[in-house]
Design a protein around this ligand. Structure first.
Ligand SMILES: CC(C)[C@H](C(=O)O)[C@@H](O)C(=O)O
Ligand code: SF4
Length: 471
């Protein structure tokens, strides 16, 4: 009997299907579940109310990341605004026998950084977390489901999720990627071409030679921003690099179990004739370093470009949106992106805070000083990344350049801790969201790659890292 060609997504989803529900949704098994402090409290309260227990505590881990202090020497009490939820998650986790990685644990870090790093997210698995950027683990070929609080409760109680099956979409990156172009530039370019609704309702598979050439860490950066595309999740078919990455990590299978797992993981590639409802092609040879100028990640352009002129848009809604964004950002239509002065440079977040990101940024700042009026922060995504960076001496490079070297956490990506951008100030950041007020009330955010943020910190304004390097 001929087998229908299927996509990598279909293969993983079908292997997890428990039941088709009457309302059209699919009930899928969740292999692994990660908790963070802002979305787990209500879920635990709900469990308690309904008299239910955590079904599989051994398949869940918890980490403190969003509302922790990232001050050197911090503890759970350092940021008073975080104390209550942090303590609550710790006690809930302990009571349910869930492994908890608090700020005192060497494994603490941003959920989406530690899930791959600990081998907790695995190729072909479904991983859930009450956080939108769970799609990050798609970089390993896992289906990362970002869910809401009531679904966190459902996973805790049943180890399953009832979900509408996403549609298949593929974004292929072809052509030669230029020097100085990072994974962040590829995904920001996709944002620019597809927009924030471009992947709505879809599981986006990123493919093509440029994706295959990326390191696993860079693939995590790509999949991280699937949510900004409006997609349900993003994934990249696992390959030899993925299998090597997973090997030896704390929660990964070992010995024969690992060998057997690799055999299964090798089959998780989309078949030759698999059907995607949407197919997008992106030509990498034309991608320059990207920077956002507005207040959604689709407001993005190459560093050689200018802030758009709303007058050039015939669609009234689009025109008004762009005008409002330019106004909020304190920019002028038609002004070049290069040269826009910045106040803060933030290197961190689940998009770009892994060792390869810090290494790339350090190479740019090495032996140089950041501009006198710029506050620079480097916030490793996990304590493990921090230790690795210190072993390589990167902290010394950053400190000598005038950057703050901080403890792991979400930090300035989101203004729900003490790392905030002052009203009216302008920050260039390696994170994934640039909404109004995202980094603090009236903060202005430009998203870019780690090397672009590093170059801007040195120059004191947005600049082309390719020229900084030559100069
Ligand atoms: C706080 C949390 C629920 C939120 C999310 O789900 O994305 C945060 O991580 C973010 O990036 O805005
Ligand atoms: S680093 Fe930012 S985007 Fe990522 S989980 Fe934390 S707040 Fe959300």
């Amino acid at each position: 009997m001929a087998v229908e060609p299927s996509t990598a997504f279909d293969k993983i989803w079908n292997a997890h299907l428990v039941a088709r529900l009457d309302d059209g949704r699919d009930l899928v098994f969740v292999d692994r579940h990660v908790l963070q402090e802002t979305t787990s409290a209500v879920a635990f309260a709900g469990l308690k109310r309904s008299g239910r227990n955590v079904r599989h505590p051994e398949l869940t881990i918890a980490t403190q990341d969003h509302i922790v202090s990232t001050d050197p020497g911090r503890d759970e009490d350092s940021y008073p605004g975080g104390r209550e939820l942090l303590t609550l998650m710790r006690s809930n986790a302990y009571a349910s026998r869930i492994k908890h990685f608090g700020v005192d644990d060497p494994r603490q870090g941003i959920v989406h950084v530690i899930a791959p790093e600990l081998g907790f997210a695995l190729p072909g698995s479904i991983l859930a977390c009450g956080d939108s950027h769970t799609s990050t683990v798609g970089g390993l070929g896992a289906l990362g489901m970002g869910v809401g609080t009531s679904e966190v409760e459902h996973v805790l109680a049943t180890q399953t999720l009832a979900l509408t099956r996403p549609r298949n979409m593929r974004v292929r990156f072809e052509g030669k990627v230029g020097t100085g172009i990072a994974a962040k530039d590829l995904i920001l370019r996709a944002m620019g071409e597809l927009g924030v609704a471009g992947g709505r309702g879809c599981a986006v598979e990123y493919a093509g030679p440029a994706i295959e050439a990326l390191s696993v860490e860079a693939r995590l950066t790509i999949c991280n921003m699937s949510i900004e595309l409006g997609a349900r999740l993003g994934l990249i078919a696992p390959d030899e690099k993925t299998f090597a990455y997973v090997k030896g990590r704390e929660f990964a299978p070992t010995g024969e179990a690992y060998d057997r797992a690799v055999e299964t993981w090798r089959r998780l590639r989309s078949d030759e004739n698999a059907v995607f409802e949407r197919n997008i092609l992106i030509d990498c040879s034309r991608i320059a370093p990207q920077v956002t100028w507005g207040t959604t990640p689709e407001h993005v352009a190459g560093i050689e470009d200018r802030v758009p002129d709303p007058a050039g848009f015939s669609d009234a809604r689009r025109r008004d949106g762009i005008a409002q964004a330019i106004n909020y950002m304190g920019l002028e239509p038609g002004m070049p992106l290069a040269g826009i002065p910045i106040d803060v440079a933030f290197i961190g977040s689940c998009t770009n805070s892994r060792i390869s990101d810090l290494e790339a940024a350090a190479q740019v700042v090495k032996g140089r000083r950041i501009a006198p009026n710029v506050r620079g922060l480097v916030v490793p995504g996990s304590m493990s990344v921090k230790r690795e960076a210190e072993a390589r001496g990167l902290h010394e490079i950053f400190r000598a350049a005038g950057f703050e070297w901080r403890e792991a956490g979400c930090s300035m990506c989101v203004s729900i801790n003490e790392d905030v951008v002052a009203p009216g100030s302008r920050c260039i950041a390696t994170s994934n969201r640039n909404f109004e007020n995202r980094q603090g009330p009236r903060s202005r955010t430009h998203l870019a790659s780690p090397v672009m943020v590093a170059a801007a910190a040195l120059a004191g304004h947005i600049t082309d890292v390719r020229q900084e390097r030559q100069g």
